[in-house]
Each structure stands twice: as C-alpha cells, then as structure tokens.
Design a protein around this ligand. Structure first.
Ligand code: ZN
Length: 333
C-alpha cells in the first residue's frame, strides 16, 4: 500500500516535468513560427494559434521568433505524432514529374480518393515506337503518348486519385509545344527499359502487378491504362481505338470511354461522327496486367489529319480530360 501511494505520488510529480521538458525548444537560424512548428510535426493553423497564445510574451516586435529564446511547443492534437510516423499508405507518383505544370496541384475534389490508377505510356527508353516524318522533323510516338499520359495522370490526381506513372522521364514534364523533342531517357519507375520487346512489356506489367498487390488492399478501385499512337498507312484516318481483355471490367472501361468520346465529338464537332471502336485483343499487356486494363490508340501518327490530335497540346489535353472523365464516371456511378 505504501509503495503504491509512493508510486502514484511520483507519477504526479514526474509526469508534468517530463511533459514540460519535452515541450520547449530553441528556434534555429531563419526559423519562423511555421518552420519551427513543422519541425515538431505541429502542422496547421490551430497549432500556430496555440503557439502564439503560449508564447505571446516571447515573440519579438514583429511577432517572430528570437534566436536564443526558448519557446513552448503546443501539445500534440489527438492523432498527430512526433516524430511523424513513416507514411505506410501506398503513395502515388510525385506530381513533380509534371514539370512546371506541377505548380498548381490544388485538388478540385476528392471524388477519386479511393481510386488508384496505373498510367503507362507506350514504348519509351530505347524504343521510340512509331516514327513519322513531317517536313524535316521526326516525330516519335513515345513522346506524344507520354505527354498524354502525364496529362491524364494530373487530371486524376486533381480529383484526389492515387496515380502511378509507370513510364517516367525525369526531364520531360507536361509540354505544350507541337513538336516534342525526342529522348531515350525514359525509365520504368527508375529502372532502365530493356531493348527486347518482350522484356520491355514484362517489365512494366510486373511493375504494375507488384504495386497492385499492395494497392488492392487499400483502394476500392484500381485500373490500368496504356496509351499508344498508332502507325498505319499515310492515307488512313482512324478514330480512337479502345482495346480490352476478356475481363468484364476491362470491357466496361473500354465501352464507357468510347461512348464518352462519342458524346464529346458530337458536342465539339457536330456532324463529324465518331467511329472509334472497342475490341477485345489478346495483347501481352492486356493478358498479363492484374488490374482491369485497357489499351488506347489515339490516332494514326502517319496521317496528317489524325496527327492534329496529337500535335496540338489542347487536343492532347482533351484526350486526357475525356479519359479521366470516363474513369470518374465509372468510379462514382
Ligand atoms: Zn505503340
């Protein structure tokens, strides 16, 4: 009994001392209230308010921090931790990949919060895909597919989705020009892309499946899309093609996207008609990707009319917007 009361007594004495000892710190050179609090993982306006109340008599005339003055750190709010726990949730690609377009990533909604997407641009690395000559320029399929892929990824992220950009180029963000410079420094999430076609496809499939293994526990909805530009006879105009696997969800994704494209074309170019079609194909990618997937061919790179669809950045953006919209429709319905 005596021991117990001694124990309780010591708890009352020692505990507040421990808390107080932990809850004060000196600022470092250049600190403002925000950076000081962030170091202690106190992020948000409420902490700033509490900090000012706790330290009103220690702030300088400008309301800032003084080197050599000790400041009280507001207690952690429920759910917050110091040190910050390591993020265990799956995380998508850093928007920095979009280049200057990463600047404004203010989300417009959280409608895709529980959705996860794998965006794969066709080819890349040593494989440029289809090649077209326009005057003295040489256009590579992979650069255009990549630009559309990034735009699509960005649209999905702006609605709160987790997005994995599988083929990445550390130098090329979203580009607005008509003629995109060719490069071969694309990687499969940091790994060099092999030259051999089967190895190349296997690499991206394995990467997606590996991520999906973990993501499917976390997300209600995971989908993959690979984007290509077709290469056919110069005289052949084609609309956007959507290929799917035998999987019902894959088929639904293809038909929904096609239908939405038709509506968009009817709105933006009335009377044009849209003959883009949906087809089941036994393509390696579609056979081996675990999440429901589609492969999209956005036009014939050899055809001067079709080429406008990829050369004009507004058109690349429209393609991305419509694909993103189809994903959103399917996810939210
Ligand atoms: Zn291709």
């Amino acid at each position: 009994m005596r021991n117990l009361s001694l124990y309780i007594l010591s708890l009352f004495i020692l505990l507040p001392i421990a808390v107080i000892a932990q809850d004060r710190a000196y600022p470092i050179e250049g600190d403002g209230i925000f950076s000081f609090l962030r170091r202690w993982n106190r992020v948000g306006d409420a902490y700033v308010q509490e900090f000012i109340e706790l330290n009103f008599d220690r702030l300088n005339a400008q309301g800032g921090l003084e080197l050599g003055t000790v400041y009280l750190i507001p207690p952690l709010h429920p759910g917050d931790e110091y040190p910050a726990s390591i993020e265990m949730l799956p995380q998508g690609t850093d928007p920095a990949i979009f280049g200057s377009a990463a600047g404004d990533m203010t989300p417009r909604s959280e409608r895709l919060k529980n959705a996860c997407f794998y965006i794969i641009s066709g080819h890349g690395g040593p494989d440029p895909g289809a090649i077209a000559r326009v005057g003295n320029r040489i256009l590579h399929e992979d650069e255009y597919a990549y630009d559309i892929a990034l735009r699509l990824a960005r649209e999905l992220m702006l609605d709160g989705a987790t997005v994995h950009v599988i083929i990445q180029d550390p130098q090329d963000g979203i580009r607005d020009g008509m003629y995109l410079n060719n490069s071969s420094n694309e990687t499969c999430m940091g790994e060099p892309i092999p030259r051999n076609q089967l190895d190349r496809l296997k690499q991206r499939v394995e990467k997606v499946n590996e991520l999906y293994e973990r993501d499917k526990e976390q997300f209600d909805y995971c989908r993959a899309i690979e984007i290509h530009v077709d290469s056919r006879n110069k005289g052949k105009r084609i609309d956007v093609f959507f290929y799917h696997s035998p999987d019902k969800q894959s088929q639904l994704l293809a038909t929904t996207t096609r239908d939405l494209f038709r509506v968009k074309y009817d709105t933006h170019q009335p009377g044009r008609g849209f003959s883009g079609h949906v087809e089941e194909r036994g393509l390696y990618i579609l056979r081996h990707l675990e999440p429901p997937s589609i492969l999209v061919e956005v036009g014939n790179i050899q055809n001067a009319f079709d080429r406008q669809r990829i050369l004009l950045s507004n058109n690349r953006q429209a393609l991305a917007n419509w694909m993103a919209q189809a994903f959103l429709m399917l996810f939210t319905r």
